[in-house]
Design a protein around this ligand. Structure first.
Ligand code: IPE
Ligand code: IPE
Ligand code: MG
Length: 259
């Protein structure tokens, strides 16, 4: 069977893909099952997409797994999700390591139960020297939390005389975000037919290409990922300039390297 993968231009891959993994609950309910059943099946998609990104050579994959607002869900769902999360991370760490994948966590980890914090830290430590795909799990994450946290830290550093308020630039703010070590995502995918950002990477997505699909997260597989990447590659990214400026820039011959 031919795959959409063959049509992807390897030279124009997004360096960073961010995904809002949505629709687990509806997927389960449509099958007459409990919402947690959907979350369990969502793990299969995570495995497939992580593998797909690693195979393609994508540098960074950020997965929105749990928002700070998700703490307000019914207690049994929150507990079920936490247990699933810890179990999955424990089980998958060896595979991540074997595939040279480095795990990062962003979000308000102080909200997580202690056993979850410990498991995440262990997995992070085990994979920290890997040099392949950077897998960023957004857990107990929200962009407004992140921005408030960054402002608090900048203010503290101003007070301590370490930062001059007149010298604050976009680079300064960026360096206080939990994503400071990663480039901004070029492609943001949301599954399950909702057209919103739900408090995800508000600052970092300033110029990302947004891709929405009706496919529910537990049904999302590599072919769906390839489709999103192809859609991304068909777009013209202008960054505020005009189309003809962009076309001239891309037509300019690449200067030969100096000997
Ligand atoms: C996404 O699926 C997973 C999490 C938010 C943890 P949902 O649980 O939001 O599923 P829907 O959107 O209710 O179908
Ligand atoms: C966003 O999904 C958060 C995650 C996928 C982890 P939600 O299901 O929580 O978002 P809303 O409530 O539909 O905006
Ligand atoms: Mg949802």
């Amino acid at each position: 069977m031919s795959s959409l993968r063959e049509h992807i231009d390897q030279n124009r891959l997004p360096r960073h893909i961010a995904i809002i993994m949505d629709g687990n609950g509806r997927w389960a309910q449509e099958k007459g099952q409990d919402r947690l059943y959907g979350h369990y099946h969502g793990v299969e998609s995570v495995r497939d997409i992580v593998e797909g990104c690693a195979e393609l050579g994508v540098g960074y994959l950020t997965l929105y797994a749990f928002s700070t607002e998700n703490w307000d869900r019914p207690q049994y769902e929150v507990t079920g999700l936490m247990e699933l999360l810890v179990e999955t991370i424990r089980k998958e760490t060896e595979t991540l390591n074997k595939n040279n994948i480095k795990l990062h966590i962003i979000g308000d980890q102080s909200m997580l139960p202690e056993y979850a914090q410990k498991a995440l830290q262990e997995s992070h430590d085990i994979t920290k020297n890997n040099t392949g795909l950077n897998l960023v799990m957004a857990l107990s994450y929200s962009s407004r939390w992140e921005l408030v946290h960054a402002v608090q830290q900048i203010a503290a550093d101003v007070k301590a005389g370490k930062v001059d308020p007149d010298g604050i630039t976009q680079d300064t703010l960026q360096s206080y975000l939990s994503t400071s070590a990663f480039p901004d995502p070029e492609l943001m995918i949301r599954t399950s037919g909702e057209y919103r950002i739900s408090n995800f990477l508000l600052y970092q997505l300033a110029y990302a290409e947004l891709y929405f699909t009706n496919v529910r997260w537990p049904d999302f597989r590599k072919e769906n990922l390839y489709e999103a990447i192809l859609d991304y590659q068909s777009r013209e990214r202008r960054f505020g300039k005009t189309s003809s400026q962009i076309q001239t820039e891309t037509q300019e011959p690449v200067k030969p390297e100096q000997p």
